[in-house]
Design a protein around this ligand. Structure first.
Ligand code: BES
Ligand code: ZN
Ligand code: ZN
Length: 479
């Protein structure tokens, strides 16, 4: 599906060429004719960023990257330039192009490639004329003097994994039920080489995962509990890192039905946490990271139904706590509570959960960022924030002050599943904290997981957010 990358030792004289340049580079050294160089000079003076030449059947394009103040901003500008180039070339119906970089900045050129490839993503499965809609681009040739083949392959595994996560999010419930999600992960596990198994409803019952079972009660379809594992022979970490993903394949709110006209439209994306964990496993297994990592994904849809769990119910959770349910739409924390409790048996070094957990997180920081909370060491949290800045999936840490625990005190049970009107993202985090006895980080990805319009290389609809973040964090991990 993705554009294929080819490695060449020198530019071919008659192939269409894409040239990457930045403010500080010497544009006059680009492999263009004298006339084209003159045209380029004029175009750049007019502040154009995309310039095309068509000389005797051979096309040349120049893309100019904006200057940036920080390394992180520079990387992002190169990704965005890559996305722009990809879109322009597809618009021009180009199939093959060779890339020339007018610099020696390996990292920045890789970022350009990353944006280029991610921007080519399409989800066409349900268009009957999907062949006519396919992007024209098929291959990109890069100079092996400018790109390291190993680094490119690592990158392609990551961009593939992002696109896998996007597709999982874009699939509607009519295809992606909890059982289908498990089957899709099984297939991906085989391709990527990580271990996978899942529990069916019977097993989930025997494990007393009361939160997952309660949420599933309104559904006609069974829940699943999914376990992914990547364990190299001699991993750097003795105790595993556990990644937990919210796998609500559709969230109607249940009996506390989602209230407003459009609040349900994007709720097929309520398994974006599960998609991020799955994508991260594809990337880390294909790139054979030397870390022991376990993934846990509780999966179900959340529906009203004859037997649906009900406001007022008290639900016994996997860790033995009782939760008073006062809103069935706060279902994510119910299934994650069980998964976080189940994680304990692995004696984890660190647990990170990713969840489209609250509208409050979206209201607070929008699609631009991920809300982060947790009990892990400051150093660990800082490393994750640094990864967030590096891949431009940025984290904002919210407090977990003791006083917030009062918001989820119940009159009749250990805790209730909703807080008051304030600090909704935090009270959800405080709820999850009750199920953790280890170093833990919670990522509320409700904002950036699904977007309504293309944002450079983040294609509209499912974004695959979390995959690049987790991969960067794990690839740079040391205990
Ligand atoms: N899946 C939603 C959160 C969500 C909202 C994700 C918007 C993406 C976009 C979650 O299950 C939910 O409904 N949360 C409630 C919690 C409330 C009832 C305490 C919310 O945020 O309104
Ligand atoms: Zn909900
Ligand atoms: Zn939800």
């Amino acid at each position: 599906m993705s554009i294929s990358l080819k490695y060449i030792t020198k530019l071919s004289a008659n192939a269409d060429t894409l040239m990457l340049t930045a403010e500080k580079d010497n544009q006059q050294s680009l492999p263009l004719s004298a006339e084209e160089l003159k045209g380029l000079d004029e175009a750049l003076k007019l502040k154009l960023k995309w310039v095309g030449f068509n000389e005797a059947g051979k096309k040349n394009w120049v893309i100019k990257v904006d200057a940036a103040k920080t390394t992180e901003a520079a990387l992002e500008n190169y990704r965005r330039a890559g996305a722009q180039a990809c879109k322009e070339l597809n618009k021009a119906k180009v199939a093959k192009v060779q890339l020339y970089c007018n610099n020696t900045e390996t990292e920045l050129n890789l970022a350009f490639l990353e944006g280029f490839i991610l921007a080519d993503y399409q989800f066409l499965k349900y268009f009957s004329d999907n062949n006519d809609r396919k992007n024209s681009l098929q291959s990109l040739s890069v100079l092996s003097t400018q790109f390291n083949k190993k680094a490119c392959e690592e990158l392609l595994h990551v961009t593939d994994a992002v696109m896998t996560a996007r597709t999982l999010v874009n699939e509607p419930l009519s295809y992606l039920t909890a059982v289908q999600l498990s089957q899709d992960i099984a297939k991906l596990a085989k391709e990527a080489g990580f271990k996978f198994h899942y529990f069916d409803k019977k097993k989930i019952e025997s494990l007393k995962m009361g939160g997952l079972l309660a949420v599933n009660r309104g559904s006609q379809l069974p829940p699943t509990f999914n376990i992914l594992e990547w364990k190299p022979a001699k991993p750097l970490n003795k105790k595993p890192i556990v990644l937990v993903g919210k796998g609500v394949v559709y969230d109607t709110g249940g009996l506390s039905l989602k209230p407003t006209a459009n609040s349900m439209d994007q709720m097929k994306s309520d398994m974006a946490g599960a998609a991020a964990v799955t994508g991260a496993f594809c990337a880390l297994a294909k790139n054979k990271l030397n870390l022991h990592v376990i993934g846990l994904i509780p999966a179900t849809d959340n529906r009203p139904g004859e037997d649906a769990y009900t406001p007022g119910d008290v639900v016994p959770m996997h860790n033995g706590m009782n939760v008073e349910v006062l809103n069935t739409d706060a279902e994510g924390r119910m299934i994650l509570g069980d998964a976080l409790s189940y994680a304990q048996q692995f004696n984890p070094e660190l647990v990170i959960d990713l969840a489209t957990l609250t509208g409050a997180a979206v209201a607070a920081i929008g699609p631009e960022g991920i809300v982060m909370m947790g009990t892990a060491a400051e150093k660990t949290k800082q490393r994750l924030k640094d990864s967030g800045n590096a891949v431009y999936e940025r984290l904002v840490e919210f407090p977990m002050w003791d006083e917030y625990a009062a918001h989820i005190k119940s009159d009749i049970a250990d805790i209730k599943n909703v807080g008051g009107p304030y600090a909704g993202a935090i009270t959800a985090g405080k709820f999850l904290e009750c199920f953790t006895k280890y170093d833990w980080i919670h990522l509320d990805i409700a904002g950036p997981s699904y977007i309504k319009a293309d944002d450079h290389y983040r294609s509209k609809n499912g974004t695959g957010v979390g995959v690049r973040l987790l991969y960067h964090f794990l690839a740079n991990y040391s205990a």
